[in-house]
Design a protein around this ligand. Structure first.
Ligand SMILES: [Cu+2]
Length: 343
């Protein structure tokens, strides 16, 4: 038998429980259903790139498109080496400005450095987050103070990587921040899933005598949507002394690669200080071409192709028998071997 006090407690607990549940359900439903403009501005997250298993990297903004109301904030999470640039066309990543003295190949300062600070109010026009260089936060946000309309942004490093923000009128209901994040996860997941299948196919196609003895190596993947599979296909090739190997970054790929040996990692830029201004981000030994296309390599000789973009190839001739490892300086998991047999 419950005494009166216990009953009173149970009733109170029951009411409290229902109230807590009600608040929770209320909060959840207000977050999960589409809605017209909230009294408070909302904060939406956009993923800039993502990583999967098997050396898969997604070079896309997710969600690719989202709706906001005027005054909402969009926060980009930079998961890779990307910038967020409200601009019509991508800019070239490496430029060689004409000027006094030796021309210096350098990372384009119009890509590298921000033209708007994170947290600022965006009112349209050209605006660039800058690159996530050492010491720069991977989180970048803007308050969208914009008339209803479509505003597109892109990553200059990865042509084709672009996204859209649709600013809609305040009385139009839009997906909640939680729904937008779910959409992002779904888009990234679908791309990674398709690429896992593609990896297996590419490996099966390239683990054949025909492929291994061809002297042809593909750098990463092509036609895997907005994903790149950062492997060499095949990663072993066998040639005779005096023959050549050609590395192909196929048309339809989305990521630059290099081929070189020994590995030179993490020295993408060699900054040159400039008084009263930002440094010149001179291309460092990781990215700098050292060995021209078509050159001959002797046993033990160091080489570096420099960046090879989709649609470009790079050929070396191996004159001496031996085992020649190679790597991609910007993708440490990309490694392979040329085996040169005596002719
Ligand atoms: Cu690579």
């Amino acid at each position: 038998m419950l005494d009166t006090l216990q009953k009173a407690r149970l009733v109170r607990f029951g009411l409290l429980g229902a109230a807590v549940l009600g608040v929770a359900v209320g909060a959840l439903s207000s977050q999960l259903v589409t809605r017209a403009q909230e009294a408070e501005p909302q904060n939406f997250t956009v993923m800039a790139g993502g990583f999967g298993p098997n050396n898969i990297e997604v070079l896309a903004f997710a969600p690719q498109s989202l709706q906001v109301h005027r005054g909402d904030t969009v926060t980009w999470v930079n998961n890779g080496f990307h910038n967020i640039h409200f601009n019509n066309e991508p800019l070239p990543l490496v430029i060689v400005p004409e000027g006094e003295g030796e021309p210096i190949p350098q990372i384009n300062p119009a890509i590298a450095f921000p033209s708007i600070e994170s947290g600022a109010t965006y009112q349209g026009g050209e605006a660039n987050s800058g690159l996530p260089l050492p010491g720069v936060s991977p989180i970048f946000s803007l308050v969208m103070d914009l008339e209803p309309g479509t505003y597109s942004f892109l990553c200059d490093v990865h042509p084709g990587m672009a996204g859209v923000i649709n600013v809609v009128a305040s009385d139009v209901s839009i997906p909640s921040p939680q729904e937008v994040s779910m959409q992002a996860a779904s888009e990234l997941g679908a791309t990674v899933g398709a690429s896992i299948g593609a990896t297996m196919e590419l490996e099966a196609q390239t683990f054949t005598d025909e492929s291994i003895y061809s002297g042809q190596i593909n750098m990463g993947s092509a036609n895997t949507g907005r994903a790149t599979i950062n492997q060499f296909f095949p990663f072993v090739t066998v040639i005779q002394a005096g023959e050549s190997v050609t590395w192909n970054n196929l048309e339809g790929g989305v990521e630059p690669h290099l081929v070189g040996w020994p590995p030179v990692r993490g020295q993408d830029v060699s900054p040159i200080e400039v008084e009263g201004g930002p440094p010149i981000l001179a291309v460092g030994p990781t990215l700098a071409p050292m060995t021209p296309d078509g050159a001959s390599i002797a046993a033990g000789e160091a080489f570096n192709s420099g960046l090879i973009f989709p649609g470009q190839s790079y050929t070396l001739t191996f004159t001496e028998p031996g085992v020649y490892p190679f790597t991609c300086n910007i993708h440490p998991a990309m490694n392979g071997t040329v085996i040169v047999e005596a002719a």
